[in-house]
Design a protein around this ligand. Structure first.
Ligand code: 5GP
Ligand code: ZN
Length: 118
């Protein structure tokens, strides 16, 4: 059921401590950890502890937690000192947009020149 841990979800396993990750911050509702295949000097994933397939499903069901994910990404940008030079927060949504893990997550990217996407 949406919101409940999924046995076959890698990020639920990271939340449960069953799969190791380099965790940088944890709150009551979120976990942030380094991406295993970083695309920038700072590449952190911020995830809700609850399982929803993507950011919009999360925000529809749990708007406060969706806000927490965004808030954490911003705090981490400051902590990683990429806020002065600029950073990007990305929610890939759907396979056509490159989403490979269907547990909502924000990518925080920074520390290099980020070309304009739009
Ligand atoms: P997506 O492509 O779904 O937007 O993002 C999934 C991200 O998870 C990718 O950037 C990928 O490198 C990262 N990832 C995949 N498996 C693992 C893992 O086991 N540990 C960590 N820390 N990141 C992972
Ligand atoms: Zn999950």
């Amino acid at each position: 059921m949406a919101g409940e841990p999924q046995a076959d979800c890698l990020f639920c396993k990271i939340v449960a401590g069953e799969v190791p990750a380099t965790i940088v911050r944890e709150t009551e509702t979120t976990v942030a950890f380094r991406d295993i295949n970083p695309q920038a000097p700072t590449h952190i994933l911020v995830i809700p502890k609850v399982h929803y397939a993507n950011a919009l499903e999360l925000s529809a069901a749990e708007p406060a937690i969706a806000g927490d994910v965004l808030h954490e990404a911003g705090l981490l940008a400051a902590e990683e000192k990429v806020d002065a030079t600029g950073y990007r927060i990305v929610f890939n949504t759907g396979p056509g947009a490159g989403q490979t893990i269907f547990h909502a997550h924000a990518h925080l990217l920074g520390g290099r020149d980020l070309q304009r996407l739009v």
